[in-house]
Design a protein around this ligand. Structure first.
Ligand SMILES: NC(=O)c1ccc[n+]([C@@H]2O[C@H](COP(=O)([O-])OP(=O)(O)OC[C@H]3O[C@@H](n4cnc5c(N)ncnc54)[C@H](OP(=O)(O)O)[C@@H]3O)[C@@H](O)[C@H]2O)c1
Length: 183
């Protein structure tokens, strides 16, 4: 499973169940990575799914899988085991072994863990992660959610620096797209 995350210099990732910034080039990077393979699962925590504006979800051209301890069928999500090729609906699982069952029967799927904090940390601690795509924003933002700095000890494969405008404050920031592989 691959992990994709954007952080500031303090490993801040969120504020008020939203992103603390809005970078068009980073969103484009996220989209291109997660749509490269037409069979891609974007796995996310329930709160991250709720944070996506209704008009953008389910994220198009990807299989949206939400993890929750609740029965999300009550909220019109479909159990992942009932997937029948329809990418336009959101699916749910209650634990990661349900995802493992699915991918063992559907071998061609790529999985990206797209957050938030609790899911990143769970997947990382359970050794599910094989690659990390980390956008490091070279600045400090007002955040109420931070991830453990687990990205520090990984094997860096490549990095690319760009400038992007934050649509929340109209200032320009340097972003570093870092790609890591785990040993
Ligand atoms: N900067 C970034 O790249 C990025 C990316 C994504 C999100 N974010 C930010 O991260 C913040 C949200 O993070 P968060 O930690 O509060 O929420 P989250 O991880 O998105 O969702 C947490 C919920 O997901 C479910 N869940 C997570 N792990 C589970 C597991 N192992 N088994 C079963 N259910 C599990 C639980 O749902 P139930 O309570 O329903 O059981 C849990 O309450 C927001 O501010 C968001 O904007 C940032």
């Amino acid at each position: 499973m691959k992990l994709i995350v954007a952080t500031d210099l303090n490993f801040g990732i969120g504020k008020d169940n939203d992103l603390p910034w809005s970078f068009a080039k980073d969103m484009q990077y996220f989209k291109s990575l997660t749509t490269q393979n037409p069979n891609t699962i974007v796995l996310m925590g329930r709160k991250t799914y709720e944070s996506i504006p209704n008009k953008f979800k389910p994220l198009p051209d990807r299989l949206n899988v939400v993890i929750s301890t609740q029965n999300l069928e009550l909220k019109s999500f479909i159990p992942l085991k009932e997937f029948n090729g329809d990418f336009t609906k959101p699916y749910f699982i209650n634990n990661l072994s349900q995802l493992q069952d699915f991918v063992s029967e559907n071998l061609n799927f790529d999985i990206f863990c797209i957050g938030g904090k609790s899911l990143y940390e769970f997947c990382f601690q359970q050794n599910y992660i094989t690659e990390v795509f980390h956008t490091l924003i070279d600045s400090k933002f007002d955040c109420d959610t931070h991830i453990q700095p687990f990205l520090d000890n990984l094997n860096l494969l490549s990095q690319k620096k760009i400038w992007d405008t934050n649509r929340n404050d109209n200032n320009d920031y340097q972003l570093i797209f870092k790609h890591f592989k785990l040993n």
